[in-house]
Design a protein around this ligand. Structure first.
Ligand SMILES: NC(=O)c1ccc[n+]([C@@H]2O[C@H](COP(=O)([O-])OP(=O)(O)OC[C@H]3O[C@@H](n4cnc5c(N)ncnc54)[C@H](O)[C@@H]3O)[C@@H](O)[C@H]2O)c1
Length: 255
């Protein structure tokens, strides 16, 4: 399938996990991609994997901290200009922190919201003119089950993803007459570095509360490629009648 030939795509969080899998999937389907991440190390690996699958000539990368407004204002337009416009934006960059809510400091709260919600907003705001120029623009925001179902010890994370889903609905309606679609893809537990960081739990948690989000089918943790395949569908013309909603990729963890 080559659903992304002649499509220009920007993916944040492209240096690992789900963002990297999305980059590789969209490249395989013919896209021209700019991958961004906070540090260069992971991007180098993503570039190597793209070369290995024979698509390296259609990938460029850029280091960007999406929570840095000035950096976004500079780096995102330059990247879009480099690929001659933009048809698809995937906001996959994100962080999670575990803490008891009554012990959650303002710094932790602001850091998580500043990346997952404000950072995704900043990139989207900057990319919107190019996405609207495209005439078939799509924004895919990577949310989380934590936005829809209780995620104990992750208050800031859950709030950030809930905000991202609300932002997605606003975009979908506000720009609907300009043929822009906006969709959230909401994973459950996926095997990435982020998931393993959750093993660093605060003391005195009740592990039983965490098990509520276990999937009903398949493995305990999904693979990043399972999310990437759904993002590819949503961002392609196969998703042309999907906007302003959230698609869960969680093995039925919410049933
Ligand atoms: N892994 C899961 O179980 C899971 C579940 C639900 C949602 N998600 C979401 O999927 C997305 C990808 O996460 P992942 O699981 O691949 O984790 P990951 O840690 O492997 O990848 C996160 C990526 O985001 C980048 N990033 C973090 N902060 C950034 C910043 N300020 N600026 C730019 N880039 C930044 C990192 O460099 C990394 O490349 C996140 O938005 C996460 O919330 C993950």
């Amino acid at each position: 399938m080559k659903r992304f030939e002649q499509r220009r795509v920007l993916v944040t969080g492209a240096g690992s996990g789900i963002g990297r899998a999305i980059v590789l999937r969209l490249l395989a389907e013919g896209a021209t991609v700019v991958g961004m991440s906070r540090t260069g190390d992971g991007l180098t690996k993503t570039e190597q994997l793209a070369l290995d699958q024979g698509d390296g000539d259609r990938l460029t990368v850029a280091v960007l901290d999406i929570s840095d407004e000035a950096a976004v204002a500079h780096t995102v337009p330059a990247a879009i200009a480099g690929i001659g416009g933009l048809d698809v934006l995937v906001n996959a960059a994100g962080i999670v922190r575990m803490s008891h809510t009554h012990e959650t400091g303002t710094e932790l709260w602001n850091t998580v919201l500043g990346t997952n919600l404000t950072g995704s907003f900043l990139v989207t705001r900057t990319a919107l003119p190019a996405l609207l120029d495209s005439g078939r623009g799509v924004v895919v925001n990577i949310s989380s089950n934590a936005a829809s179902y209780a995620a104990p010890y992750r208050a800031a994370y859950a709030a950030s993803k809930g905000g991202l889903e609300a932002l997605t609905r606003v975009l979908a309606l506000e720009y609907s007459k300009r043929n822009l679609r906006a969709v959230c893809v909401s994973p459950g537990g996926i095997e990435t570095a982020m998931t393993y960081s959750l093993l660093d739990v605060p003391p005195d948690i009740d592990p039983g509360l965490l098990s509520k989000m276990a999937p009903a089918i398949g493995p305990l943790l999904g693979a990043p490629e399972m999310v990437a395949g759904v993002v590819a569908m949503v961002a392609s013309d196969d998703g042309e009648f999907i906007t302003g909603t959230t698609i869960h990729v969680d093995g039925g963890a919410h049933i």
